[in-house]
Design a protein around this ligand. Structure first.
Ligand SMILES: Cc1cc2nc3c(=O)[nH]c(=O)nc-3n(C[C@H](O)[C@H](O)[C@H](O)COP(=O)(O)O)c2cc1C
Length: 202
């Protein structure tokens, strides 16, 4: 049933919404403090408000708090990426490689919580849907004073069936968004945005 529209959609939310969009940063230093399960649930609840192709909501979530397992995943990903990127010699890749080789570096930055967002393998739009879901989660986190970072380096864990089993990866789903959450211990500078290239037609 259609609901009565009492105000223009979203009217009055601009400051909070655009403020969170502009202010959100990828956080790479975390307090030791844990994140309550109900906070994680709020983030997931915000995630699932994202639009999805045909309204399919093709996701599953795995919440990881096992720091030993996260460390193991980190070590595997570091090893795999180091081998894979060995021949690439552009400046950014070289910087990334030296970070990966740093003693004790953890790709999850010792965050207390890792949320893995999985998309249904049989839904061609699921990775788009899960990406929108992930951004909702990161913005909701920001609005709650919780830091986040998408850890693309963790995606290679999908090649390790033993680790995927221990992470309880759901059958028939692909890992789309590995996201860390926790209370920020340091706030990075905002990486500047380039002016968008816009073509106007008509
Ligand atoms: C698909 C994707 C993968 C990313 N992977 C990593 C990663 O592995 N490690 C990391 O520290 N940051 C990662 N990031 C965060 C980006 O580096 C970050 O968003 C970018 O530098 C802009 O900074 P901001 O998020 O603070 O605006 C990733 C972001 C995206 C969207």
């Amino acid at each position: 049933m259609q609901q009565q529209v009492t105000r223009t959609a979203g009217e009055g939310d601009a400051e909070a919404v655009i403020g969170a969009i502009n202010g959100r940063r990828s956080i790479r230093e975390y307090e030791k403090r844990d994140l309550a399960e109900e906070t994680v649930r709020r983030l997931i609840d915000a995630g699932v408000q994202a639009p999805t192709g045909l309204g399919f909501q093709p996701w599953r979530f795995v919440v990881v708090r096992d720091r030993d397992l996260m460390r193991e995943v980190s070590e595997y990903c570091k090893k795999t990426l180091t081998a894979e990127l060995a021949g690439v010699d552009d400046e950014s890749t070289q910087r990334f490689l030296s970070l990966l080789k740093q003693e004790g570096f953890n790709i999850f930055y010792n965050a207390p919580v890792l949320v893995l967002v999985f998309g249904a393998a049989d839904d061609p739009m699921s990775s788009l849907d899960c990406t929108l879901c992930a951004e909702n989660m990161m913005l909701a986190a920001w609005s709650l004073g919780v830091g986040s970072c998408w850890i693309g380096s963790a995606s290679v864990v999908a090649r390790n069936s033993d680790l995927m089993e221990r992470l309880q990866a759901p059958e028939g789903y692909n890992l789309v968004a590995p996201l860390i959450f926790g209370y920020p211990a340091a706030m990075p500078e905002k990486p500047e945005r380039r002016d968008p290239v816009i073509t106007r037609v008509g």
